[in-house]
Design a protein around this ligand. Structure first.
Ligand SMILES: Cc1cc2nc3c(=O)[nH]c(=O)nc-3n(C[C@H](O)[C@H](O)[C@H](O)COP(=O)(O)OP(=O)(O)OC[C@H]3O[C@@H](n4cnc5c(N)ncnc54)[C@H](O)[C@@H]3O)c2cc1C
Length: 509
């Protein structure tokens, strides 16, 4: 496999930016993946005199590590880091060569101060858009701290390991041989998981805010920027900065941007927020709200933040089917992100629960990878757009089963099938499969507000045209509210409305 001209030209440009010399230590056999890896490495070495190659025996073959001369950094790629991992390879080369990673100075300090031995391994698929963030974060940690190592493992090249460890969702991170976490994790999240986050006292001791935004998706980011632009003291506390857009790949309806990817848009939101004097408290989950002299927001770690006004923008999350087996087999065959986890079911049978747009899109996507897809729809007809249904029905390896209710996702240590009831005949049926993708919509993240403000029948916060809730000084925006449609541009608009509403409230009170 020779590299295509576009990748070669990109590499050429990046390699100009190398600061110091690098040694790639390569462990190769005579298999096809080793061959592809060697082609990539030979091409790299032929493009710059700063890279030399040493043949060695590493823990895994095929794999290669990226090192400084005379100093191993602990960054290893097991497989060929192309596809979505190409950027991870380029960044590893640049950072090991001496270019500083683009992260906050205090995060760099935090990483350098970590004591002990941490050997991370991350199983990825090259088509997973959430994986590179994790790979790149752990690589940065390896570059900065000699006690930390990280190996990216392409699941497709290491099928035996993946089967043995029952990895059915990527990225899957292991620390010193034990499972550490699944799914997208930012550098800050990994540090927090290692117990390196800010203390509850440090958060509680903050001066009261004028506007405190709870939630860091498109609505929260927009609200915080609009508030900060009024010159008032603004904070944003978020469980996972970026929100739902982190879980989507292609966005084509964010007006003025023809096409972008969710994680890219999330990074742009963060960059825009950081342009302003906004106190960003990421990886903190709010668990309660109370109006006293100030409005107090209690966090899960026990900290209490005070503010004159609060904007709630906690968005929404995947809706669960709530049948036996769903919780037990999460990441063991029950999945929610077809882009991420689809490749792990290559050649296998899967089901998609839900026949709306997201379910049918997922089924079409999966049909290109897996052996067979069964779509299960509760209603007598699919709800997806006509054009999607047409495409779905044209596929030879898809079966659509309508008017059925999922009863149970079955398995022992991982999913082995699904049981459903035909709603017309009441007959119970079982199909054997390896994976179930749940695609039945979203629920608002408002449980933590129980008993504090008015919510509608489905838990959405009721707001007026200024974004005000039924509690004076508390505003809300985005997917957590009763707005008619849930879209990025709509959330951002309502975030702006809520911030202007809060500012208006502040000057009147
Ligand atoms: C797979 C997928 C694809 C999509 N594609 C598109 C698309 O192409 N175009 C489009 O316009 N829209 C799309 N959407 C919809 C869009 O992503 C949402 O409408 C938008 O993200 C809503 O923004 P939000 O800020 O209201 O909420 P969210 O994006 O849900 O953000 C909520 C924020 O609140 C935080 N949070 C939640 N609970 C708490 C708590 N208790 N304490 C602190 N923080 C909390 C979350 O961590 C997050 O930071 C898609 C959604 C999904 C899931």
């Amino acid at each position: 496999m020779a590299l295509n001209a576009e990748i070669k030209s990109q590499l050429n440009q990046y390699l100009q930016l190398l600061e110091g010399d690098l040694v790639l230590k390569v462990s190769a056999g005579s298999d096809k993946v080793s061959e592809e890896m060697l082609t990539l490495i030979d091409e790299l070495a032929s493009m710059t005199s700063k890279i030399t190659v040493e043949k060695v025996k590493l823990n895994r073959t095929p794999s290669f590590s990226v090192n400084r001369v005379g100093e191993d950094t602990g960054i290893t790629f097991a497989g060929v880091p192309l596809g979505h991992e190409f950027t991870s390879l380029v960044l590893a080369l640049l950072q090991v060569s001496g270019r500083a990673p683009k992260v906050d100075e205090n995060v760099i300090d935090q990483i350098k101060k970590i004591k002990g031995e941490y050997h991370f391994e991350t199983y990825v698929s090259l088509s997973c858009h959430n994986c590179p963030d994790v790979v790149q974060a752990l690589n940065i940690m390896s570059v900065l701290n000699p006690g930390i190592t990280h190996t990216m493992i392409d699941g497709a090249a290491y099928k035996d390991e993946v089967e043995k460890k029952d990895v059915l969702a990527v990225p899957a991170v292991y620390l010193n041989g034990e499972s550490f976490g699944n799914g997208r994790m930012s550098l800050e999240e990994i540090l927090a998981k290692l117990g390196e986050g800010p203390s509850a006292d440090a958060l509680s001791n903050k001066e009261p805010f004028d506007v405190l935004v709870v939630g860091g998706g498109p609505a929260g980011a927009s609200a915080a920027i609009y508030a900060a632009r009024k010159g008032i003291r603004t904070g944003i506390v978020a469980e996972r900065f970026g929100g739902q857009i982190l879980d989507t790949l292609s966005i084509e309806n964010f007006i003025s941007v023809k096409n972008t990817e969710g994680p890219k848009l999330a990074a742009a939101l963060e960059e825009h927020v950081k342009e302003y004097d906004i106190d960003v408290m990421n990886l903190q989950r709010a668990k309660g709200l109370e109006k006293k002299d100030f409005i107090e927001v209690e966090l899960e770690n026990g900290a209490v933040l005070k503010s004159k006004t609060v904007i709630i923008s906690t968005g929404a999350r995947w809706r669960n089917v709530n049948v036996p087996g769903e919780q037990e087999f999460k990441n063991k065959g029950v999945a929610y992100c077809p882009h991420c986890d689809g490749p792990l079911f290559e050649g296998k049978d899967v089901a998609v629960i839900g026949g709306g747009n997201s379910g049918v899109e997922a089924a079409i996507d999966l049909a290109g990878i897996v052996k067979h897809v069964t779509v299960l729809e509760f209603m007598p007809e699919l709800k997806a757009d006509e054009v999607l249904q047409k495409r779905l029905y044209s596929l030879p390896n898809v079966t659509v089963v309508k008017n059925v209710q999922t009863k149970e996702i079955t398995g022992t240590d991982k999913v082995d099938g699904i049981t459903y009831i035909d709603r017309e005949t009441e007959e119970e049926k079982h199909i054997e499969l390896a994976g179930v993708f749940v695609q039945i919509g979203l629920v608002p993240n408002t449980d933590w507000l129980e008993g504090t403000l008015e919510r509608n029948r489905i838990g959405e916060i009721v707001v007026d045209k200024r974004g005000a809730t039924t509690v004076p000084g508390v505003f809300a925006a985005g997917d957590c509210t009763d707005s008619a449609y849930n879209q990025i541009i709509i959330s951002m608009g309502s975030g702006a409305t809520a911030a202007l509403g809060a500012f208006d409230y502040l000057i009147r009170n």
